[in-house]
Design a protein around this ligand. Structure first.
Ligand code: TRP
Ligand code: ZN
Length: 877
């Protein structure tokens, strides 16, 4: 480890900035080797600051070279400033002044992909969270908001398109014959929302008329060969703009909204004011190259970034501890948009299943943190599932507590009260409270308390009195630095189901109803339902009304009943998952005891009823057919035994496949889509059921199924069907596996995003020499370690490859550790994310835990970036 250990910063230490920057004027002289950045910052002392010093401390980076600095045109001699440890300190300053600063950066050598960097032939930026300081010296914190004017100078032939935030206000030629363009953004913003793009780009133009009748120009830019793949994103953008007007009353504010796709990007996309920058994987879509899942992701990410214009940009975060203020709320907003656009139940199942798999695992590990963390070493490590997905669940609970209308009153007040400000999660909750006259003080513990609460539910029915009571206990397990937990306010939505699947009405709180939200707010409480005519089956936590684990000892019969009969669609899925989890757990135990696997399962009966019911949404049927994933079963396990989970899943699928071969064949054949491809709910639903049925049918071992899957591969006219077939062929290792994988690469080698899918599937392929295969992929001409998408494909594929990754000899973990060490300095954000599987070492069976820990210790001996240091040291603590 480095001699000087990186240290944490704390929320409790927050103080207001001692200077403000009213205006920021930037000039970029772009060049292939050196880019010169000149900034003119209009600074003044912050009247609210209590710090009695005239010294100005600006944030910078090792990669920023200072050329010169001046105050009000007076060039400062070296003794009047210090420039070390990434800071530029001006010893004495007037109360109000213009600071001019000239710096040099080398975007072509920027492999971290934060600040200004090159992605293929273009220049682009990524400034969230603290990337702007790698461009020039600045007060790089979100509560310093400024009006930006940006001039970009470049060679017209290389960079015909030069973009920044706001409106283009001037364009011309410099004395050396270069082109300059000046952009002005009339809205003040923190530096993390700054963006610049320059390149030889193609554009798709469109426009949108806002609810007040203003015309907004919409532009999506890509490299030339991709411009035919942005129609769906443009359509998604227009639908998002309309939705935010209708559902939140929020209108777009500038005259132009631009999106640019780049290939090299650390995350999904970025909401820079008026100039969103997207990972091309979250923007480009065409039927031939893009699966349905990826279409839905494009739609959701376009919406997410657009929605940030209000929840994030117009109202931003005071400090990075408040990150969930914008991310949790915006994820909630994009989830609602997708639910309204497609099926709300299907969307909810997908989101919840992701949360329960990945966020619950994070919250049970060494990086567990509240949605508003109290401290961090490197903020980039806190763009987590907890901040995003659990943050969205917390906003959703507020929505549940206040109702649609009350929530809207709250959000209206929030946006109006705080427009143009940098605020806190407390401000958000306060607006919700004030608009509704409610007290959310206990509820606010969700913001400061980490860990997933566990609800234990027991019940009893009194036939004589016709009363039914539910006793609910809550317990949140200890997490790092939080050994004891307080009781939370948890909304639990409940319904009662009668013996013949009818919704049983009841009297609760003096009112007759058939569904109620219980306010669980103590360690143990009993809720009594009156006038319950017969013994009910409780349908608990409908719609997943709170992000908790629920224990109620359902019998198999009750689960089968809920699975087919719960009036709440979400809980039909929930019941099917619980049933499958129970079955898998039995099989896992048999595997571990060296016992024979049972050959029967009640799941067959449940699936049979499901497949026969043609009134159901095919997408729901597909979701219910999906067995709990390897990752979800790992999250539930006491000690994770990857081989046992894998064997149990394969076996359970095999039983169902053989018992229902005829049914799966029928469902496969009757859900073919004959119309031209469209990424709409109806077609997506049919394809998902068809392909789910196909994989079971193939799992039955039927030769007819094997022929059908190869036929589907060859005849497919869309990527969803082609890739589903290929995945089946590879997963079941059919005779055609090698041939089709090669054919797929040959067909798509010029489509980077499809090649990424090929990389992932190839890396995930379980074979004798799995790890060698992965190593070969990293030597393949189509691989590029500088490109995060490709790295995520190969390493992600390896992670799914149980035999290769969890090899008892530790070779899979050692290989991952090698990659982390390789990327540690080159791209710390990505290196740190790659650590995730190793951070779970304490959850693994002992033999694997030891190997993982050994690799973490090996990484810890390197000279680590802050990003990797934080994750590795917390994992070993
Ligand atoms: N704010 C972005 C979002 O919409 C997140 C993001 C994009 C990001 N790029 C990043 C965060 C780079 C950290 C580093 O979710
Ligand atoms: Zn976001």
């Amino acid at each position: 480890m480095a001699e000087q250990k990186p240290s944490a910063i704390y929320l409790k230490d927050y103080t207001v900035p001692n200077f403000l920057i009213d205006k920021t004027e930037l000039t970029f002289d772009l060049d292939e080797t050196q880019t010169i950045v000149t900034s003119r910052l209009h600074l003044r002392r912050n009247p609210e600051s209590k710090v009695q010093t005239s010294a100005l401390v600006l944030d910078g980076g090792e990669d920023v070279k200072l050329i010169g600095v001046a105050i009000d045109e007076y060039a400062l001699p070296e003794q009047e400033y210090t420039n070390k440890d990434d800071k530029l300190i001006i010893t004495a300053t007037p109360n109000e002044f213009v600071l001019t600063c000239e710096t040099m950066i080398e975007p072509q050598n920027n492999t971290k992909l934060e600040g200004l960097y090159r992605s293929s032939s273009m220049f682009c930026t990524q400034c969230e969270a603290e990337g702007f300081r790698h461009i020039t010296y600045y007060l790089d914190r979100p509560d310093v908001m400024s009006i930006f004017t940006t001039t970009i100078i470049g060679d017209e032939s290389r960079y015909p398109v030069m973009l920044s935030n706001g409106n283009e206000i001037e364009r011309g030629k410099t004395e050396e014959g270069k082109t300059f363009v000046t952009w002005h953004d009339p809205f003040k913003k923190p530096a993390y929302l700054f963006a610049l793009v320059a390149g030889d780009l193609e554009v798709l133009n469109d426009n949108f008329t806002t609810m007040s009748g203003r015309d907004v120009k919409l532009q999506i830019f890509t490299e030339k060969h991709n411009i035919d793949k942005v129609d769906f994103a443009m359509d998604s953008l227009k639908r998002s703009m309309k939705w935010d007007e209708e559902v939140y009353g929020r209108e777009y504010d500038l005259d132009i909204f631009m999106i640019v796709a780049v290939d090299d990007f650390n995350m999904g996309a970025m909401e820079n004011k008026g100039l969103n920058i997207f990972n091309s994987s979250c923007l480009l879509a065409s039927p031939e190259t893009t699966t349905d899942d990826a279409y839905l992701r494009v739609e959701a990410v376009v919406a997410h970034e657009y929605f940030h214009n209000w929840s994030g940009n117009r109202v931003t975060c005071r400090d990075w501890f408040q990150l969930s203020l914008k991310e949790g709320f915006t994820v909630f907003r994009d989830q609602s948009f997708s639910a309204d656009t497609h099926s709300d139940v299907v969307k909810r199942v997908e989101d919840v299943s992701f949360l329960k798999t990945a966020q619950f695992a994070e919250d049970a590990g060494p990086m567990s943190h509240p949605i508003r963390p109290a401290s961090f070493i490197e903020i980039s490590n806190f763009y987590t599932l907890t901040i995003y997905e659990k943050g969205a669940e917390v906003v959703r609970m507020i929505h549940t507590l206040l109702g649609e209308e009350g929530f809207r009153k709250g959000s209206d007040l929030y946006f109006e009260r705080h427009d143009g400000q940098a605020v806190t999660c407390d401000d958000f909750v306060k607006a919700m409270e004030d608009a509704n006259g409610v007290d959310l003080s206990q509820f606010k513990r969700w913001y400061s308390q980490a860990g997933t609460p566990r609800l234990t539910v027991t019940d009893s029915y009194d036939e004589q009195a016709q009363t039914y009571s539910l006793t609910i206990q809550q317990m949140t397990p200890p997490t790092p630095n939080q050994p004891t937990k307080l009781a939370l306010h948890i909304p639990v939505k409940v319904g009662l189901v009668g013996q013949s699947n009818e919704a049983l009405s009841f009297t609760f709180d003096g009112q007759t109803q058939d569904e109620v939200v219980l306010h669980v707010n103590d360690v143990e409480q009993t809720f009594v339902f009156e006038n319950v005519m017969s013994k009910p089956v409780p349908s608990l936590l409908r719609g997943f009304s709170a992000p908790v684990k629920l224990d109620y000892d359902y019998s198999t019969e009750q689960l089968l009943q809920l699975m087919s009969g719960d009036p709440d669609g979400f809980n039909r899925w929930s019941a099917s998952q619980q049933l499958a989890v129970n079955e898998l757990n039995k099989l896992i135990e048999q595997y571990q005891n060296g016992a024979q696997f049972s050959e029967e399962t009640p799941l067959v009966e449940g699936f049979k009823a499901l497949l026969a019911d043609e009134s159901l949404d095919p997408a729901m049927v597909a979701l219910i057919l999906g067995l709990p994933s390897q990752a979800y079963m790992s999250e539930l396990a006491d000690k994770i035994d990857p081989q046992a989970i894998k064997a149990a899943r394969e076996h359970l699928r095999g039983i169902a496949a053989k018992a229902l071969e005829v049914e799966f064949k029928h469902v496969y054949e009757s859900n073919a889509v004959s119309e031209a491809y469209q990424a709409n709910a109806e077609q997506i639903a049919k394809r998902s059921l068809k392909n789910a049925a196909l994989s079971y049918w193939v799992a039955s071992g039927s030769d007819e199924a094997k022929a059908a899957v190869v036929r589907q591969y060859r005849n497919a006219d869309n990527m969803t069907d082609q890739f589903a077939a290929l995945s089946c062929v590879v997963h079941f290792n059919l005779a055609e596996a090698d041939e089709l994988l090669n054919a797929f690469f040959e067909q798509w080698k010029h489509e980077a995003l499809v090649v990424n899918k090929w990389l992932m599937l190839s890396a995930a392929r379980e074979q004798e020499n799995g790890l060698e295969q992965v190593k070969a992929l990293m030597e393949h001409p189509s691989f590029d370690i500088k490109n995060p998408n490709k790295l995520r494909s190969v390493i992600g594929g390896l992670g799914q490859n149980v035999d290769a990754f969890h090899n008892l000899d530790g070779s899979g973990y050692a290989f991952l550790a090698d990659q982390i060490i390789l990327l540690n300095k080159r791209n710390p954000q990505i290196a740190s994310r790659l650590c995730t599987p190793l951070t779970r070492w304490q959850r693994m069976v002992p033999a694997l835990a030891e190997k993982m820990k050994g690799e973490l210790e090996r990484i810890a001996r390197e000279d680590l970036s802050k990003d990797v240091y934080e994750v590795v040291s917390k994992s070993l603590a």
